[in-house]
Design a protein around this ligand. Structure first.
Ligand SMILES: [Zn+2]
Length: 301
């Protein structure tokens, strides 16, 4: 049997990958279009991005399926292709690893709305959409599922349960924190702090607690979040901060933290207790390559 991601992560630090969305845009995806559909229409472009991450030293690849739940795909008229898009996403990531001993992590993002009674979506429909996506990812052979960019405990719980029901071998819960206006702390948009998130993840049967994306969450803040997780849980921890703050330049969103400056935060993150490090929006293969050097330094390669 293949070793489990959360067990290997306890033995040595692992490197995840960098951004997919911003890389797809560089490859020609237009803002607002369905990047996940490219798994079917432009698999070679998705593969090229993931190959670059593997070449840069990633141990783990996240599938290009962040928005591939039925509810998200429905916004682009692709709801009849949930299974195909998720399966293709897993196949492309596996191909990018090209036989190397890496992990394919099935990516599940938020469903993109609010559940009743605050919004229009019935809890049962959201749960069914997560179950359908998780099942497709597990059947396609993922090594783990990451439930990313989460802000609400209710949605996080539904998605973890869905991954668990689908039989995922390893489940990662990943929250998006925003630094508060006065800069004193951070919590998710729905007011969740790391201690409570870790508690809920553990109760629901997740194996790894993580953070990704968010607002104002630079490498230093990510360290604080990891340390706060570490205070309350023995689960392996994962961090994928953005490459700096988004800035609007010529009506385009750009992220401008350079690979070297970001990579300087890798060792502190490991010291704070992180076991898997990657990066979210705006990061590139160059960022991941710079992270790899830091990690190898620590591992003693
Ligand atoms: Zn992000």
């Amino acid at each position: 049997m293949k070793p489990l991601l959360h067990e290997i992560a306890r033995q040595r630090p692992l490197l995840a990958d960098g951004a997919m969305g911003t890389q797809l845009m560089l490859a020609g995806l237009e803002q607002g279009n369905c990047g996940e559909e490219w798994n079917l229409s432009h698999p070679e472009r998705v593969l090229a991005i993931q190959r670059q991450y593997v070449d840069a030293g990633s141990d783990c690849l996240l599938t290009n399926t962040f928005g591939a739940s039925r509810i998200m795909l429905n916004r682009h008229g692709n709801a009849d292709q949930v299974v195909e898009i998720n399966k293709a996403g897993v196949q492309i990531a596996r191909e990018a690893l090209n036989g190397r001993s890496g992990f394919v992590i099935g990516d599940m993002g938020p469903f993109g709305g609010l559940m009743e009674p605050y919004g229009d979506f019935a809890v049962a429909d959201v749960a069914a959409a997560f179950r359908e996506q998780a099942r497709a990812l597990v059947e396609a052979g993922v090594d783990a599922i990451i439930i990313e960019t989460q802000t609400s405990l209710e949605e996080l719980t539904l998605a973890i349960m869905a991954a668990s029901d689908a039989g995922a071998a390893c489940i990662i819960g990943s929250m998006a924190y925003d630094v508060t206006l006065d800069g004193s702390t951070f919590r998710t948009m729905m007011g969740v702090d790391p201690e409570r998130a870790a508690e809920v993840m553990e109760e629901c049967g997740a194996h790894i607690a993580a953070l990704n994306c968010g607002t104002g969450m630079d490498m230093k803040r990510a360290c604080t979040a990891v340390a706060r997780y570490r205070n309350v849980t023995t689960m392996p921890l994962m961090a994928q901060p953005n490459a700096g703050q988004p800035k609007l330049v010529n009506m385009k969103v750009v992220y401008d933290e350079a690979p070297e400056s970001m990579a300087a935060g890798v060792k502190p993150l490991l010291e704070a207790g992180a076991n898997i490090i990657g990066s979210c929006c705006g990061s590139t293969p160059a960022h991941i390559r710079a992270f790899r050097q830091q990690l190898d330094d620590v591992i003693g390669k």
